[in-house]
Every structure is written in C-alpha cells, then in structure tokens.
Design a protein around this ligand. Structure first.
Ligand SMILES: C[S@@+](CC[C@H](N)C(=O)[O-])C[C@H]1O[C@@H](n2cnc3c(N)ncnc32)[C@H](O)[C@@H]1O
Length: 246
C-alpha cells in the first residue's frame, strides 16, 4: 500500500447530540393548505434534527453518514487499504465515510458505489448508475473494483409506496440479494452490513449468514431514529466460499 492520499472529504470533528429527541423543537412549520399533517411532521422533525445540521456543517451529503460512522466506530469494519462496495449509495454519505476511513486512492478508487439514482462525483469513489438487481450488476461492480471486496455495505431501501407491508417486503428482498452477493464475492475475513427492519430478517437468511460468517447480529446506531423500524444486519468475518474452505 502506498502513502495515504490527502484527505479530500470532511472529517467528523464532534459527534452530534446522540439523543436528537431530547432537544426542544425550534423550527415549526405553519399549517398550510396542501401540506398533509404527516408531511408537516416530517418537515418539522427534519428541520430540528441535529444530525441533519451536523451533516450540513461537516460536509456530509446525508444524515445517514452518521449511521455508518457510529457503527464503524464500534465495529471497526473500514480499515485503511480495504476495498469497499456501497450498494444503494446516493446521495453518497456512506461513500464519503468509506473513502475517509479506508483512504481510497483518487487515481485508483477502492470504493465502488452503485445506485439507480444520479450521484454527484466523490473523489476516491467509482460510481455505477444502475439497478443492483440487474443481472450484470455484480460483474460490473467487481470489474470497477478490480478485485474482491473486503466490505459490502448496503443501505438500499425500496421507494416507499405508502403501503408499509409492501415497502417492507421490497427492502427485505434487497437485503437478501445483497447478502447473496456478499457471500459470492467477499474476501475471507470480510464483512457485510445491510439495512433491514425489526422483525424483518427471515430465518433462512440468518441461517445462511451464520453458516458463512464468524458472527451475525443486528445493530441500531443512535443516528437511526428510535421510532423507525430500521435496523442494520451485521455479519463479520466471512469464512470463505464453501468450495474454497477445505
Ligand atoms: C437510504 S438511501 C441511501 C443513503 C446513503 N447510504 C447515504 O448515506 O447517502 C437508499 C438508496 O438505495 C437506492 N436503491 C434502492 N434500490 C436500489 C437498487 N435496486 N439498485 C440500486 N440502488 C437502489 C435508492 O435509490 C436510494 O438512493
């Protein structure tokens, strides 16, 4: 590994208030015609969310960046020199954090991100604008990375339809496809982190992960809102592919 490239992305100086709900509400959104009560509540929560303010101040593209920061501070997934695949990356908060922590080389990026939405370029990230569920996505990701990843991250979430059960099933499907991908491509010793929902992880998936990783558990970082059913599934220490384990 060569010298670490200059830091091109913002550094987290101080952790935001870990209990956003504990702060008194400041901004209020006036009751206007055309804005549903639920949208008004969302907007008020967003305007008063310390993670949103901190993300802006620190140059992160999303408050989601803090979820990965908090998980990685505890779990140490992103080691300098590691290769990372970021599934469902837009607008790019997780990719920014990955670049900082592994020290991705701007001239030969070791972070590859994919999303079907546009994402503004990030120094140290190769971005593929495509659907991860496309048949050729796995091959394209590996090609862009130039080898097997040490870490597969997935913050993919299906677009909300307003029907909770449907949204839940779609996001769980993304989590399962991401897990299968991780099992097929990770380097031995690698890690897999993916968004899931409380009570959503199917037993089959847990069993498959437990067979393939040294440890499997759920994590809920403080930046993930208490009222949200969102959770992260963390599988550490990939054992290697079955046929290579002899
Ligand atoms: C919660 S956002 C990710 C936020 C990101 N981690 C960050 O820190 O900025 C979820 C993303 O998953 C993407 N997504 C959902 N399904 C996808 C798919 N099949 N292929 C690629 N991206 C997908 C969405 O377009 C969305 O941008």
């Amino acid at each position: 590994m060569g010298p670490r490239p200059p830091r091109t992305e913002p550094r987290l100086v101080k952790k935001p208030d870990p209990k956003p709900g504990a702060r008194a509400l400041k901004a209020r959104v006036k009751k206007k015609r055309g804005l549903k009560a639920s949208s008004r509540r969302w907007l008020e929560r967003h305007l008063n969310d310390p993670y949103v303010h901190r993300a802006k101040a620190d140059g992160y593209r999303s408050r989601a960046a803090f979820k990965l920061i908090e998980i990685d501070d505890r779990q140490k997934l992103l080691k300098p020199g590691a290769r990372v695949i970021d599934l469902g990356a837009a607008p790019g908060g997780w990719s920014q954090v990955a670049v900082q922590r592994i020290g991705s080389d701007p001239t030969a990026p070791t972070v590859v991100a994919i999303d079907y939405l546009d994402m503004d370029a990030i120094v140290g990230v190769s971005f593929l604008k495509m659907d991860f569920l496309d048949d050729d996505a796995p091959e394209r990701l590996l090609e862009a990375l130039g080898g097997a990843p040490d870490v597969v991250l997935s913050d993919m979430a299906a677009p909300t339809t307003g029907h909770k059960r449907t949204d839940h099933i779609r996001t769980m499907h993304l989590c399962e496809v991401a897990a299968d991908f991780a099992i097929q491509v990770l380097r031995p010793g690698g890690h897999f982190l993916a968004k899931t929902f409380q009570g959503g992880t199917e037993n089959d998936l847990l069993t498959r992960l437990k067979q393939n990783f040294a440890s499997v558990h759920h994590v809920k970082p403080p930046a993930s809102r208490d009222e949200s059913v969102e959770l992260y599934l963390l599988a550490k220490g990939f054992k290697g592919r079955q046929d290579e384990r002899l």
